[in-house]
Structures are given as C-alpha cells and as structure tokens.
Design a protein around this ligand. Structure first.
Ligand code: NIG
Ligand code: FE
Length: 383
C-alpha cells in the first residue's frame, strides 16, 4: 500500500507498489506477514461519562436486574448525577484515556452520544467536548445528540414533567445544538422506562427539521415498535434489536436503515437473548457491530472483543463481523466514501494485527492482537 498525504494512493502486490516513483522516497513501514484491516469504525458509543458503575456491576451479578437498579435511582441517572458534578477538564481527561484504548484496539473513527447531562448546560458541555476532542486527538468523532436518554429526575417529580422535558428538547435544545453545529445525529432511547414511540417520533422529527439525522435505541429491553419508526423516519440506524420480530426484520431488510448490533450489552448484563443477526443478514438487512461503550451496559472499547461475541453468540462469520465493524459502520455514519475499506482514494485509516489469518482476530477472544493503528497515514498506536 502506498500512502500519500494521508490517502491511499495504491494497493497492490509489494513489487508493483515499490516500482511506483512516489514509492521510492516513501518511508517504509514493514508489516511482514501480519494482517491489515481498515481501521474499525465504532458507530455507537457513549464516550463522555464521569465514572464507571462497578458498584452496580456487582449488584447485577448478585441478581438485581438492570431495570430494577434504574428504578432504585441507579442506572443512567446515577451517571447523570456524576457527570453534572464533574468539570469539563475531568471529563475530557477520562475521554482522552478511553480514546487511546480505542486506538490501541484498532479503532480509527467513533460515533459519540451525549445523554448523561440531561440539562441544557450539561448536554452542551458534552457536545462541545466531542468537538474539542475531535480537534485535539487523532480519532475522528461523529457527534450525536441523545438528550432523550431518560427523563431527568427533576422532571419526574413534576406533573406533566416528561412532556415538559420532551418540549425542552424539541423547542430549545435541538435548535440550539443544530445552530451551533454540535451534532450530526439525534438519537432517542425508545424503551420501557425511557421514551415512548410517540415521544420518540416527536423528538426525531424535530431533529430532522434541524438537519439532525435520526438514529434510535430500539427494542433492547422490550418491543415498542421503535424499529418500524426508525424505518418510517429513514433513520441512519436502529440499534440493539434484541426484541425485534419477523415484521421488523422484513422492514429493515427493505430499508437503508442499518441494524446496529451491540452484543457487548448482553454479555455484560448476562442476558441470554442476543439480537437475531443471522435472520437479519439472511433477510438482506445491513448489519453493523459496535461496542456501545458506556458505564452501564457495555464498558468496553474493544471491537476485537465485539467481533468474538458476534462470531460465537450471533453466529456471524469472521468476514461478516469485520465488514459489519468497518464498511457497514462507515455507511451508517455516512462516511463510506472516505473510510471503512482499503481502496485507492480513501483515507489511510488502518489497523495491523499480529496474526497470520484474519479469523484469528476474533478467535483469540479477550486478547488484543492489534499491533499498529494508523489514522490519515499517521501512526497513532504501536504495540
Ligand atoms: O446503549 N440503552 C440505553 N443506553 C445505554 C445504556 C446506558 C446506561 O446504562 O448508562 C445503552 O445500553
Ligand atoms: Fe447506547
């Protein structure tokens, strides 16, 4: 591969590339016998949060359910309390450390959602951090506004509080986010204990009016009809999908809305029902895989671990899993013309693995075989 000005200028057998005149003065990176993939594109993360929820992890192991913890005031609201109390620089320091771990596992682009602020100042603080971090470190960050993660505590105690919060999002926060160019996408957690299908529709339509393309947390804990809504709205993706039915699968297969599968959540929460990846693929849906990096349901930055889960739990082949976490993910972020595959003219975003066969990447589960990561032709991680 020949890289010029951060772009792929040639991909061919070594002897052929070395004959190109631009190759003669090029700096050589010898990857001898290792496997090169496009840098991973992680299309679903909750990058900015203040702390882990390891205390809840132990409760879950002892048998207390995720939703029961949320009803007791833990869960997302626990993270909201911690984020509101944290300074921008504390949040940035934690996110920067996480971004280095993403890079060390071969990821070169991530999507990042707000959603642990849930008031005007805190949500804007998170989205501004996406922008600052994008400028200050090499991993590209695609920003998504998730003000509709759950109804914050101060609106729950009021009569009509949830409706007032939806109004705050549609009439004030979404226009503000869009006017300041702080997000490309708008997401809603449409589920039991979060937002209804009707509320989700209102919020995503307001987002669309302000040029924020919809994404949706859909059918994770219960079946709400969120998948059908995502398809109707022409959403870029609908994510989770553990509870989808046959009609949802058919609707997704006929659409350009990407089915984003997040098996890290089921693994971390110890749930048995993974999304029906095989049925989705066989029906013709576009499937992606992502970490869903977040403190409550999927505390991992490792796409290789997600590939392992996709292979053993979702029964995806290693090739399907790699495509899901690269070119399909790039498509779901509307960046498939620039990233997601190693082709002439695309960005030189790539990851090199210390393996002889690409199937060994998911095969060695829980082991990081990433040897080198490159973003726009610059080495950003070397083992
Ligand atoms: O993608 N489902 C909603 N949001 C996150 C979890 C948030 C949390 O528990 O902190 C998810 O799983
Ligand atoms: Fe999520």
């Amino acid at each position: 591969m020949l890289v010029t000005d951060g772009l792929i200028a040639a991909v061919d057998p070594t002897a052929k590339v070395e004959k190109l005149s631009a190759a003669r003065k090029a700096e050589k990176v010898d990857v001898a016998g290792r496997v090169i993939l496009p840098g991973f594109v992680d299309s679903h993360t909750h990058l900015i949060h203040a702390a882990s929820r390891a205390e809840e992890y132990e409760l879950k192991i002892r048998g207390v359910g995720y939703e029961e913890i949320a009803r007791r005031g833990g869960g997302i609201l626990n993270s909201v309390k911690k984020l509101r109390a944290a300074s921008s620089s504390q949040l940035k320091r934690r996110a920067r450390a996480a971004l280095e771990v993403f890079a060390a596992h071969g990821t070169t682009t991530i999507e990042a959602k707000s959603g642990y602020g849930l008031d005007v100042a805190s949500e804007l603080k998170i989205l501004s951090l996406h922008k600052e971090l994008s400028a200050e470190q090499p991993i590209e960050i695609v920003s998504t506004f998730l003000g509709a993660h759950v109804v914050p505590a101060e609106f729950r105690s009021k009569k009509n509080g949830p409706d007032e919060y939806v109004k705050l999002l549609t009439d004030w926060l979404i226009p503000e986010v869009a006017a300041n160019g702080l997000a490309e996408y708008c997401d809603v957690f449409c589920d039991r204990g979060a937002f209804s299908r009707g509320q989700s529709k209102q919020i995503l339509e307001a987002g669309k009016q302000h040029k924020l393309a919809p994404r949706l947390h859909a059918e994770q804990l219960s079946h709400t009809g969120a998948t059908r809504l995502a398809v109707e709205l022409g959403a870029a993706s609908c994510d989770h999908l553990e509870q989808i039915n046959a009609a949802d699968i058919r609707a997704l297969a006929k659409s350009n809305t990407v089915a984003a599968l997040l098996p890290g959540c089921d693994f971390h929460l110890g749930l048995k029902q993974y999304a029906p990846a095989r049925k989705l693929i066989e029906a013709g849906a576009i499937v992606t895989l992502a970490t869903d990096y977040n403190p409550g349901t999927s505390p991992t930055m490792s796409i290789p671990m997600i590939l392992s889960l996709a292979c053993t739990q979702l029964r995806m082949t290693p090739a399907e899993a790699v495509a899901a976490a690269t070119i399909n993910a790039a498509y779901s972020l509307s960046r498939h013309r620039r990233i997601g595959s190693l082709e002439v003219g695309k960005q030189a975003d790539l990851a090199v693995f210390e393996v002889e066969d690409y199937r060994e990447i998911p095969y060695y589960f829980g082991v990081n075989t990433c040897w080198l990561t490159m973003k726009n032709g610059q080495v950003i991680h070397a083992a």
